[in-house]
Write a protein that binds this ligand. Structure first.
Ligand code: FPP
Ligand code: ZN
Length: 328
């Protein structure tokens, strides 16, 4: 099978913790920076990526919590959903990000919980699947958003969980992986969404952990990086999608962690801080979160522990009393 990869130079890159903190803090430096620094159509998720990353390397400290919560409130809609920015349409992706941000700053009880529950549960279809918004696109990433969102709010019992699990199960393939819909090819990102959903639902018994673990372990390339599908280049974000799933399945030792660390560290921007998708590219908050989160799963330096199911700090998941299922 064709294998695409990148070549790392032989020098190990130094770990620039302080520069990563500066990189992440630069996104919230001035008032209304949130309104200008990230592409509008995904700003709410951009805040979740940046703030979660900062929490992990800044001793759990997040500056300007009031301003952050004010921004979340400004994206609230009467239907109970959240948009990426004020004036945009609500969507399940940004509703999950809004709830995650509120949990991160310990203010989820101030959200209109019943309205959010109503928004999410109305997006569930008869076959158990979820659409992302009123326009009707079904995808297993939305199953994860719905289950994670309600679980964080302690309201998982408000949807048909049996049907939600049944739909995810229908998206399982012969190779043990999962796709976006029944019959769709296995994909690292959607495998995380499906296994994460089953972890939240306490139904990991439905996963063929050995077959899937093998497929996931095969994602590691000679550079040490992981790709999301066969024949694709390695990408730091798959260090999260693929490696966190291996952690949930108790098979994280099926890949070479030292080599994965080397690849992730090679993807740092040693001048300005932050991580990019692969060595030499421009850093961004998305790959910075997933690079740091994967390093956290490998207990690297002083990075705080992350929960492999929710991609949120373990301390926050513990505070909420959640115990997503994992296999040993
Ligand atoms: C790759 O997408 C990633 C995925 C399909 C997973 C997305 C997961 C969510 C939206 C759930 C929320 C996630 C968290 C961490 C709370 P891509 O379209 O970039 O795939 P490609 O690499 O094949 O282009
Ligand atoms: Zn990526």
């Amino acid at each position: 099978m064709l294998q695409k990869d990148v070549k790392l130079d032989n020098t190990t890159k130094s770990w620039v913790l302080k520069k990563h903190i500066d990189f992440l803090q630069s996104f919230g430096k001035e008032r209304h920076q949130y309104e200008s620094s990230m592409m509008e159509f995904l700003r709410m998720s951009g805040m979740y990526w940046g703030l979660t990353a900062l929490y992990l390397i800044n001793d759990g400290k997040i500056p300007k919590e009031d301003e952050i919560f004010e921004y979340v409130k400004s994206c609230e809609h009467s239907c109970g959903g959240y948009s990426p920015a004020p004036g945009h349409d609500p969507h399940l992706l940004y509703t999950l990000s809004a709830v995650q941000i509120a949990c991160l700053i310990n203010r989820e009880s101030e959200l209109p919980i019943e309205k959010i529950v109503s928004y999410v549960s109305k997006l569930q279809q008869d076959d158990g699947s979820f659409t992302g918004d009123k326009w009707g696109e079904v995808d297993t990433r939305y199953s994860f958003c719905a289950l994670a969102c309600l679980s964080l709010l302690g309201k998982l019992n408000e949807i048909n969980l049996v049907k939600a699990v049944e739909f995810v199960k229908c998206c399982q393939n012969f190779d043990g992986g999962f796709g976006s819909r029944p019959g769709a090819e296995s994909h690292g990102g959607l495998i995380y969404c499906c296994v994460g959903s089953l972890s939240i639902a306490g139904r990991l018994d439905l996963v063929d952990a050995d077959t899937l673990g093998w497929w996931l372990a095969e994602r590691q390339l000679p550079s040490g990086g992981l790709n999301g599908r066969p024949e694709k280049l390695p990408d730091v974000c798959y260090s999260w999608w693929v490696f966190s799933t291996l952690n949930i399945l108790g098979r994280d030792h099926w890949i070479d962690k030292e080599e994965l660390k080397t690849f992730i560290l090679a993807s740092q921007d040693n001048e300005g801080g932050g991580f990019s998708d692969r060595p030499g590219d421009e850093p961004d908050p998305f790959h910075t979160l997933f690079g740091l989160a994967a390093l956290s799963l490998m207990s690297y330096d002083k990075i705080l522990p992350i929960d492999p199911t929710f991609c949120m700090p373990k301390a926050v998941i513990n505070r909420l009393g959640l115990k997503p299922q994992t296999l040993s």
